[in-house]
Design a protein around this ligand. Structure first.
Ligand code: GDP
Length: 469
């Protein structure tokens, strides 16, 4: 028998209510020992799924808190076990005293993620759905939330299972031919297998490709803003924040440290990093900021490099241009509302291999265009509903987006195995060879949903949860 576990399910700190959650066979017994309903006719054991008003009292009859309690009998519960929830006042004293009492009555303190782990082990959620629970909790924008919610509802597992079903069909074909070989149809068979495997691999590759956008949805797109002092970095950042936390000033070099903000650009979480300039300086403090700027450039997904049109392109600008990977660079020639000192020819020659825009960040239209460019860089179009191969066939509109590094890793392994099977098919290798690679791909995809399981992976997945979930 699994032990009964308990934890505070709400976040620490003061709030209107705080919830103690208990799961396991002893849940109701424990509640009966400590909970005194205000009305004797309303015992939780007879009133399933109903909040009942009463008091929690300790072994000596002292009132610990005034609460609402509810009993959910198995199996239609979060964990698929008997579950009890107690709504206490949301303060640390009532919550920790109630929890201690529950533990004294026989429950064990739950580990992080243990409730969800039980839901998985009891077959109520598959592994991708369990992982989606954390993503729903941690999502930073509506788009991140929507993708996590789709995964929680099982859409991603459904696609994986469909791909696995196709793999099974191929394996059946192979098995029949191993058992009843027929030389005449062998050539046609290899052709057919290769075609089917390519079509399966295409779907897997498509999911892998979506993972760049997926990572961004989970962690945010890292956007560094760089440029010499006074070009308009803080102004851009402020315009995007629609508030003035970054210091906007006319004195070069005052933005000494990097300032980082999480913002929401059309549903994409964006970590916006306003860097210090990177000019040469003797000032030790400023140098620290400059070193930090260089680091942010390395870790950025997108580097917005601003140049002041009313000034000249300097050697420092060339330094920046040469230091940043051109594929992640967006140059803004800013202050277009003023008289420019940089000619169109100079712009074209400086930015010839790079995406650039002429902007005036004081103007909201310009800021809108910059936000569009950021959205595109983050693969926003994928979010807007570009169709996946499987979805096209199924007639639905939106593609699954892979947000989880573990899933991506397994998909890549499956793609490699499928690639090897395709080579074996086109090389006319014995069917047994193909079979091994195809089986590997099948198993690797199964690791995603938890269908093929490895205990260490499961422990790792659930250790990332918060307490009480
Ligand atoms: P930073 O040092 O790069 O962060 O530059 P700031 O954002 O502090 O801007 C320096 C000065 O330029 C401020 O007075 C801003 O109001 C002004 N500024 C920034 N962008 C524009 C623009 O597009 N047009 C005009 N006319 N002024 C701007």
């Amino acid at each position: 028998m699994e032990s009964t576990i308990a934890a505070i399910a709400t976040s620490p700190g003061e709030s209107g209510i705080g919830i103690i959650r208990i799961s396991g066979e002893e849940s109701l017994n424990i509640l009966n020992k400590i909970f005194y309903p205000a009305s004797k006719n309303l015992a939780p054991k007879d009133n399933h799924r109903q909040l009942i008003y009463g008091h929690i009292k300790d072994e000596f009859g002292h009132i610990i808190d005034e609460v609402l309690a509810v009993y959910f009998p198995a199996p239609k519960t979060y964990t698929a076990e008997d579950v009890v929830e107690i709504d206490c006042h949301g303060g640390i004293v009532p919550l920790s005293n109630t929890l201690s009492l529950v533990l004294r009555c026989g429950a064990n303190l739950a580990e992080p993620g243990e409730f969800t782990k039980r839901a998985f082990l009891n077959g109520r959620l598959d592994l991708t759905q369990a992982e989606a629970v954390i993503d729903v909790i941690n999502s930073k924008t509506n788009s991140s939330f929507d993708v996590a919610m789709e995964q929680l509802r099982g859409r991603f597992s459904k696609e994986i299972n469909e791909i696995r079903k196709e793999i099974t069909d191929v394996l059946v074909d192979i098995a029949v031919n191993i058992d009843y070989p027929d030389e005449d149809i062998e050539l046609i068979l290899y052709d057919k297998l290769e075609k089917e495997l390519r079509s399966i691999k295409k779907k897997v590759d498509y999911l892998i490709d979506s993972s760049d956008t997926g990572r961004i949805l989970r962690e945010g797109l890292n956007v560094a803003i760089i440029g010499r002092p006074n070009v308009g970095k803080s102004s851009l950042m402020n315009a995007m924040l629609r508030e003035s936390r970054a210091i906007v000033t006319e004195i070069p070099g005052t933005t000494r440290d990097t300032i980082e903000e999480l913002i929401n650009v059309r549903g994409i979480p964006v970590n916006l990093i306003d860097t210090a300039g990177i000019r040469s300086t003797d000032d030790v403090i400023e140098q620290i900021g400059i070193d930090k700027s260089k680091k942010s450039l390395e870790s950025a997904d997108l580097v917005i490099f601003m140049i002041d049109l009313t000034s000249e392109i300097s050697t420092e600008d060339y330094d920046i241009l040469n230091q940043v990977d051109k594929s992640k660079l967006l140059i803004l020639f800013n202050k277009a509302d003023k008289t420019a000192r940089i000619s169109e020819a100079d712009i074209a020659s400086f930015a010839r291999e790079v995406h650039y825009m002429i902007t005036s960040v004081n103007d909201s239209k310009s800021v809108d265009e910059i936000e569009n460019a950021i959205f595109e860089k983050a693969g926003g179009n994928l979010l807007l509903g570009k169709e996946s191969e499987t979805d096209k066939l199924a007639g639905s509109q939106k593609s699954n987006i892979v947000t989880n590094a573990r899933h991506k890793n397994m998909l890549e392994r499956a793609a490699t195995s499928l690639g090897e099977a395709i080579n074996a098919a086109s090389g006319g290798m014995p069917l047994e060879f193909l079979e091994i690679d195809i089986r590997n791909a099948y198993e690797e995809l199964g690791f995603i949903t938890g269908d093929s399981v490895q205990d260490d992976v499961i422990d790792e997945v659930f250790s990332r949860f918060c307490l009480g979930k």
